[in-house]
Design a protein around this ligand. Structure first.
Ligand SMILES: CC(C)(COP(=O)(O)OP(=O)(O)OC[C@H]1O[C@@H](n2cnc3c(N)ncnc32)[C@H](O)[C@@H]1OP(=O)(O)O)[C@@H](O)C(=O)NCCC(=O)NCCS
Length: 174
């Protein structure tokens, strides 16, 4: 369990979390952007594979001891994103989803994203940047990342979407 600023806790997601994550992923506000409305079994397998691999760390985010969201922290050098911008060896990437729709649009996302990126930059001295690639049409996500100190660095044409590359550096304050 990792304690972040603003009272957030982050723990690695395990196969036992698959039912909760599958339920979150089926919610329309998440399904629309994540397109990972999978069965519990597929999520259990996905979590096991990510945990065993080098690519990413699946996590459950909590506040006041209540799980509310799913986060993937990924090493850009192991991700397809590395092919789309001049990444550094130590760049980290973030995917995020707030499961409960009643918690969305109330500032929780920006606080989590700031606390998360602060923690990544703080714990990995070689990391200069934390990045994200929200769909350019996902205004809510783009605005939450911007409010957390991420700066838009241009459009990326990914296979399934046009994304905005958003970058949080050590030096940018917002
Ligand atoms: C993206 C997400 C994590 C952001 O967290 P959040 O708590 O909703 O974000 P915040 O409340 O901090 O900020 C939301 C911003 O979007 C705006 N907003 C809220 N609802 C909106 C809507 N329906 N359309 C456009 N903008 C909207 C808010 O006004 C705010 O921007 P502002 O402060 O500049 O006015 C959350 O919405 C989510 O989980 N969405 C579904 C999954 C997803 O899209 N994940 C991101 C993939 S990259």
């Amino acid at each position: 369990m990792l304690h972040l600023d603003s009272g957030f806790d982050l723990r690695p997601a395990r196969a036992e979390d698959a039912a909760k994550i599958a339920w979150w992923m089926a919610q329309p506000h998440i399904r629309q952007w994540w397109h990972q409305d999978w069965s519990v079994e597929r999520w259990a397998q996905e979590l096991s594979e990510q945990t065993a691999g080098e690519h990413s760390i699946p996590c459950v985010a909590a506040v006041d001891a209540e799980d509310f969201g799913y986060v993937e922290l990924y090493r850009v050098r192991h991700d397809r994103l590395a092919e789309y911008y001049p990444s550094d060896e130590n760049d980290w990437g973030v995917h995020v989803a707030i499961g409960d729709v009643t918690r969305v649009g109330r500032g929780l996302g920006r606080r989590l994203l700031r606390a998360l990126s602060d923690a990544l930059l703080g714990s990995d001295p070689d990391c200069r940047r934390v990045v994200a690639e929200p769909d350019i049409d996902n205004t809510q996500s783009v605005r939450a990342f911007a409010a957390a100190g991420f700066v838009g660095q241009g459009e990326l044409q990914l296979p399934e979407k046009t994304a905005l590359l958003m970058v949080r550096t050590r030096t940018v304050e917002a």
